[in-house]
Write a protein that binds this ligand. Structure first.
Ligand code: A3P
Length: 303
């Protein structure tokens, strides 16, 4: 093959969203790509608004979903939670600031950010809609009782790290023998309530619901569905996952074959909670869960 033809193919593949050449493009790479190969500005790596956002739920498996999607060669993921649409001090910095928080990407790549706080935020749906009314939203949900206990465990852990006391979950949950439904971890598990606010701005077809329980037990089918929703070719495969007995969760294998588990804040052991309280929570959530199932047209195997 003529040398110039080979060069042209390499150049095309480096900007067309193909694997390896495009993945993890850095700002420096982007700049050198555009200068040394005279790539047109429209084809160069740059910060773009995300085309997809993982909006929640907190403790639903949002980090696992983002990291697993990031295994796809055409996905570029923001490393940390941006909190643009749910925190006024960030929102006031404007869209240019938001865009600058995204990693540089090439045309054809899908930029994804995740901020679980968006799902229960009153302002986030309208603000995201104003940025891009056709953005794709991913919502990962998990049994609301398990989510609640996970939420409590995270706060408990943070308090223990700072050597601060924190009551038992049972004590927080019961006020005068009644369920304390104002408790934030209960409120965050009211999926139908929060989803109804999103449905004022987005159609249900724009919101892809991921089953967080299934993502834990068998991640690949959930990722296949997410790939389809994002319009991506099926590139994530079984070879990208291996079960780590010590952690008790699937870990990820990326390019080069090296494995990586999520950090220790994900998949923490939960404290034991009294069975009677768990049953009470299940009863409390069951009506809300039914509402959620009919909104999303899908049922989940929750307590
Ligand atoms: P627990 O730590 O309570 O088990 P988020 O990233 O939204 O905070 O969600 C954290 C939850 O992701 C964890 O809750 C864990 O159950 C779940 N998860 C799903 N897949 C996981 C994986 N492969 N490794 C670790 N945690 C995972």
């Amino acid at each position: 093959m003529e040398v110039w033809v080979l060069g042209y193919i390499l150049l095309l593949s480096s900007v067309s969203g193909m694997p390896l050449q495009t993945k993890g493009v850095s700002e420096r790479n982007g700049a050198s790509l555009s200068s040394s190969h005279a790539v047109s500005p429209a084809r160069a790596a740059r910060h773009r608004d995300p085309q997809a956002i993982i909006i929640g739920v907190r403790k639903g498996g949002t980090r696992a979903l983002l990291e697993m999607l990031n295994l796809h060669p055409d996905v570029v993921a923001a490393a940390s939670e941006v909190h643009f649409f749910d925190q006024d001090e960030n929102y006031d910095k404007g869209l240019a600031w938001y865009r600058a928080q995204m990693p540089p990407s090439l045309p054809g790549q899908v930029t994804v950010e995740k901020t679980p706080g968006y799902f229960s935020s009153v302002k986030a749906p309208e603000r995201i809609h104003a940025m891009n009314s056709s953005v794709r939203l991913l919502l990962i949900v998990r049994d609301p009782v398990e989510r609640l206990v996970s939420d409590y465990t995270q706060v408990l852990h943070n308090r223990q790290q700072r050597a601060k006391p924190y009551p038992r979950l049972e004590k927080i949950l019961l006020r005068g023998g009644q369920l304390n439904i104002q408790y934030k971890a209960i409120q965050r598990s009211l999926y139908a309530l929060h989803l109804s606010r999103w449905l004022r701005f987005f159609s249900i077809g724009q919101i892809h619901v991921v089953d967080g329980g299934k993502l834990i037990r068998d991640p690949l089918p959930e990722l296949r569905r997410a790939e389809r929703f994002l319009g991506l070719a099926p590139r994530i495969s079984a070879a990208n996952f291996y079960f780590n007995q010590t952690k008790g969760f699937y870990c990820l294998r990326g390019e080069g074959g090296h494995g990586k588990c999520l950090d220790e804040s994900k998949g923490r052991p939960h404290p034991t909670v009294e069975g009677a309280i768990l049953e009470r929570l299940c009863t409390f959530f069951s009506r809300h869960n039914e509402d959620f199932f009919s909104m999303v047209g899908k049922t989940f195997n929750w307590c």
